[in-house]
Design a protein around this ligand. Structure first.
Ligand SMILES: Nc1ncnc2c1ncn2[C@@H]1O[C@H](COP(=O)(O)OP(=O)(O)O)[C@@H](O)[C@H]1O
Ligand SMILES: [Mg+2]
Length: 403
């Protein structure tokens, strides 16, 4: 025996259903690593807007799946897999920039994609990206396209040494860069990239690397987070200091450049904008990531709105959240130690003002990003120096050990 509804009840249920479908959307994410995982966590805190999360990732039981996202196991560049996820979600976004933008363009007929595939196409090619910025009067270092070894030899003599030869696409953690220090390196540098599309950049004598996490929602509203300072080791981000130890003038200038970038880019979502502060206190954009960014992980504890919530707000067209930095915070990346590969465990730690986030990766590999922790100045009394002292006390103890 079923339950009997009056006609009006049935009508109300129908209205409720339609309402739910309109308001609650299924979110799709291309990539289910740590960024996809933290986006999924943010989505779960917005059940009134997002009903479900599906990720596309090649690793079975990826980080995002471990915390409840449904997963399609497949490659980020697999056309069928992209079309499959697009057909299952109301809104599609990404945690990695290497998705196939041509395929994504065709998938736009099935779902809304943010940032737009066209924005992704420009950003995922470092040469197109820098050309776009330069055309819009946004400051970048000098750069040129390189089409052959002879072309490189000619152009590098104009640039002088050192200069950076970069793979235009699919580069990360410095793996697509070769610093050419003298004429003797030129051939080796070129051959290392075996036929990949390349560009050459003037070397920037920077005194600090900084970034601004910026957001633009589908209605064109723009918000930026305060500038942070990034410390790299072996080309991998080691630590982010929020806020950056720069003058107010530099902070304002960087945030202005970030805002201008968001205005011309037209994409909806959160973007990580990496910049250099030069010896002469100029700001140059190094590169833009069309996604949430490692240097924004501090926002999980430091800010009113995390970058993950902000990204979701931006792509589904909600008002952007407050980007105020409430507590100075340092984010420290937990990287796989160099001396082993395999299953690992983490020591138990419970320390005041320290927030550990592990990404659920089964195996440690040298320099693999396994997690991070934020050290938070919760009473706003320690200052950056105090936070750095805390990091030095705990960092060696918060490290993976072979299981
Ligand atoms: N033109 C440059 N001059 C000096 N250092 C640079 C330049 N471009 C990149 N670098 C350094 O190399 C690092 C990695 O370069 P980047 O282009 O950001 O590549 P990736 O995509 O691997 O992050 C930067 O964080 C910076 O330290
Ligand atoms: Mg970079």
């Amino acid at each position: 025996m079923g339950i009997h509804y009056k006609k009006t009840d049935a009508y109300l249920f129908l209205v409720q259903d339609i309402f739910d479908v309109i308001l609650k959307q299924i979110l799709g994410i291309i990539g289910g690593g740590q960024l996809g995982m933290m986006l999924t966590e943010a989505a779960k805190k917005m059940p009134e807007h997002i009903s479900d999360v599906i990720v596309l990732d090649p690793t079975p039981n990826c980080s995002a799946a471990q915390i409840g996202a449904k997963q399609i196991v497949g490659d980020f560049k697999d056309k069928n897999a992209i079309l499959e996820i697009a057909s299952k979600v109301n809104i599609l976004t990404y945690e990695i920039e290497s998705g196939d933008s041509a395929v994504l363009k065709t998938a736009e007929s099935k779902t809304t994609i943010n940032p737009a595939p066209e924005t992704l196409r420009i950003i995922q090619d470092k040469f197109l990206q820098k050309s776009f910025l330069r055309d819009n009067d946004i400051p970048v270092t000098d750069f040129v396209e390189i089409t052959s070894l002879d072309d490189l030899k000619r152009k590098i003599s104009d640039f002088g040494y050192p200069a950076l030869l970069k793979a235009r696409r699919d580069a990360y953690d410095g793996r697509g860069n070769f610093k050419i220090k003298s004429e003797n390196d030129v051939e080796q540098a070129f051959n290392q990239f075996s036929g990949k599309p390349l560009m050459l950049e003037k070397f920037v004598d920077f005194k600090m690397e900084v970034s601004v996490i910026a957001a633009r929602n589908t209605k064109g509203q723009i918000a930026t987070y305060p500038i942070v300072e990034n410390i790299h080791e072996n080309n991998i981000l080691k630590m982010t200091i929020a806020p950056a130890r720069v003058t107010k003038k530099i902070a304002l200038e960087a945030e202005k450049i970030a805002e201008e970038t968001m205005r011309v880019l037209h994409g909806a979502g959160v973007f990580g904008i990496e910049m250099f502060v030069t010896e002469r206190d100029e700001i140059l954009i190094n590169e833009i990531a069309p996604r949430v960014h490692n240097s924004g992980h501090h926002t999980l504890q430091s800010s009113k709105t995390s970058q993950f919530e902000q990204h979701l707000r931006a792509i589904i067209g909600l008002e952007l959240g407050d980007t105020t930095l409430v507590h100075p915070t340092i984010m420290y990346n937990i990287l796989g130690p160099d001396n082993f590969q395999g299953k690992y465990k983490m020591p138990e730690i419970k320390l005041d003002n320290i927030y550990l986030k592990m990404y659920g990766k089964e195996e440690s590999k040298p320099q693999r990003k396994l997690g991070h922790f934020n050290v938070v100045d919760e009473n706003n009394t320690k200052g950056i120096d105090g936070l750095l002292e805390s990091i030095n006390l705990v960092k060696d103890g918060i490290s993976p050990i072979p299981a």
